[in-house]
Design a protein around this ligand. Structure first.
Ligand SMILES: C[S@@+](CC[C@H](N)C(=O)[O-])C[C@H]1O[C@@H](n2cnc3c(N)ncnc32)[C@H](O)[C@@H]1O
Length: 290
């Protein structure tokens, strides 16, 4: 049987669908099949009802699952109701008291962080109120969801060196007051040290052969002791001559050399081929054996 992916999570036009692959670890909730029981939750004729239900997504605070007759979708609560960032679908859900809350569908084919969550990563450190340094922000697709998650009490420092992507990022940040766009090279954190305070999490998605070193440099400047490091690995950007699995192992070793203690690794199939995401803790206290 083919992979019956939720139509809202299909790759964007022009992007080739990955062959159906197995999740290494199935995510909590099945994002591939509609839930027959949810038919009962259809809005009443004439509207007014909730179109589906929202539930927290696993252990990830600020990340939700929208379940409807069309299937499940990963969503975040929109910081800027009425606005999409990359043409993603918005879902308005009515609370029991009549107030409405808007969510944005998080497309895992467009976001490595979204894919990592669906692939079963247990810790991301990104939660309401968190301070996040995001390296390789591009136009801000994933950054916008991180902004939704951390909410008004958190902050996302988004570093991107391409002026073209940087323009979109800056425009996105005009409406999202918790995003600080930084158009700089992440290899030179000294250049933006005056803009960034101590952070709880660094997420890096720069797709560069020296990305572990870039992560380590930024961690030295900005990451708190015990902070969370997330690194997206695109195997052929690191070394196209080695099998992906070997590249992941080498990157984990390089992270360890940067004082990051790896805790979990997930591959991003079926959303991205030959990609992985590793999470680790920075300068973790050494446990003294008695
Ligand atoms: C794979 S894309 C990131 C996609 C993005 N994380 C998302 O999910 O929406 C990698 C990005 O990193 C940026 N990049 C690469 N090297 C960089 C560096 N040294 N400093 C800042 N940005 C860098 C590239 O310009 C590119 O936009």
């Amino acid at each position: 049987m083919g992979l019956n992916l939720n139509p809202r999570l299909r790759p964007p036009p022009g992007v080739r669908r990955r062959p159906p692959g197995d999740f290494r670890r199935p995510p909590p909730g099945d994002f591939r099949r509609p839930h027959p029981g949810d038919r009962r939750r259809r809005p009443a004729p004439g509207g007014g009802g909730n179109k589906g239900i929202i539930t927290p997504y696993g252990v990830h605070e600020g990340v939700f699952k929208h379940t409807s007759i069309k299937g499940d979708a990963l969503v975040t609560k929109n910081m800027v109701p009425g606005e999409s960032v990359y043409n993603e679908k918005r879902i308005s859900v009515q609370n029991e008291d009549g107030t409405k809350v808007e969510y944005r569908v998080w497309n895992p084919f467009r976001s490595k962080l979204g894919a990592a969550i669906l692939a079963g990563i247990d810790i991301i450190g990104i939660k309401p109120g968190a301070r996040v340094l995001y390296l390789g922000a591009a136009s801000g697709t994933s950054v916008s969801h991180v902004s939704d998650i951390v909410g008004p009490t958190g902050v996302v420092y988004a570093v991107e060196f391409s002026p073209r992507s940087g323009r979109d990022l800056v425009n996105m940040a005009k409406k999202r007051t918790n995003v600080i766009p930084i158009i700089e090279d992440a290899r030179h954190p000294a250049r933006y040290r005056m803009l960034v305070s101590v952070v709880d999490v660094i997420f890096t998605d720069v797709a560069q052969p020296d990305q572990a070193r870039i992560l380590g440099l930024n961690a030295k400047y900005f990451l708190k002791v015990g902070g969370c490091c997330l690194m997206s690995i695109k195997a052929n950007c690191i070394d196209s001559t080695l099998p992906a699995e070997k590249v992941y192992e080498l990157e984990v070793e390089r992270m360890t050399a940067e004082q990051v203690k790896p805790k979990q690794r997930v591959t991003l199939e079926p959303f991205e081929r030959d990609h992985a995401c590793v999470v680790g803790g920075y300068r973790m206290p050494i446990k003294i054996q008695k």
